[in-house]
Structure formats: structure tokens, C-alpha cells
Design a protein. Sequence first.
Length: 134
Amino acid sequence: QSALSFANVLVAERDRLRVTPTAADKIHAMAMSAAPYSTTVLLARLEYLNFAERTDEKRDEVESILTFLKTHASLQPAVWLTEAIWAGQNNDPQRMVFAIARGHRMSKDPETYYRPQFEKLAAMLTYEEKRDDP
């Protein structure tokens, strides 16, 4: 619970709250010791790493968490939203399109939080046909 509270406070107060990377890592380690396979804890970790701009530093951890979530929590739109954002940040349009399509299919209700998020991400994509210029 402390990791989830931490993630929510960090997002809500990110301009006023500073947490050292060491403290954040300790909070995550405590949460993982209590609930190592909790989708919510893992998504909170990814959200923290993204907001704290630590994804480059923790690239292997991000990929490992995403691999786990796509295998064990593939029916949760939040997993695919996170995957799409990560793919976009890493200039991987194919991976991003797949994640958007997968998550959007799960968000059929137009009132759901996730559907507009997937639509915003999809709108960011552009398609350019490759041409062989002589």
C-alpha cells in the first residue's frame, strides 16, 4: 500500500515533492517484498520511473516489468497504455501501434478512462510512405 500511496502522491505533487532515487527504490523494494507479482505495484513503479525520468537508467527493469505484465496481466488496458507510451518514447512505432490496438479493443466503453488515452496516442502517430528518391 505504501508504494501505491507514494506513486499517487508523487504524481499529484510532482512539482512540490522531491524524493531521492534511493528512497524511491527502497519504497519499491518494500512493496515488492510484500506483493512481488502485484500488477498495481509494478505499474506504479513504471509510472514513477517515467515521471522521475529514470527510464533510461532503469531500461532493463522497465523491459522486464513490461514483459511480465504483458504475459500475466494482458487483459488490463493500463498494461497496454504503459507499453504504448514506452514504445513511443523509444521510437518503436510498430510496438506502439500493436499496444494501442490491443488496449483500445479492451476499452470499448467510450466513458472509460483508457479509451481517450489510446485515441490520443493513436492521433500522435503519422504514416510516411517510403520513397526512393533518384
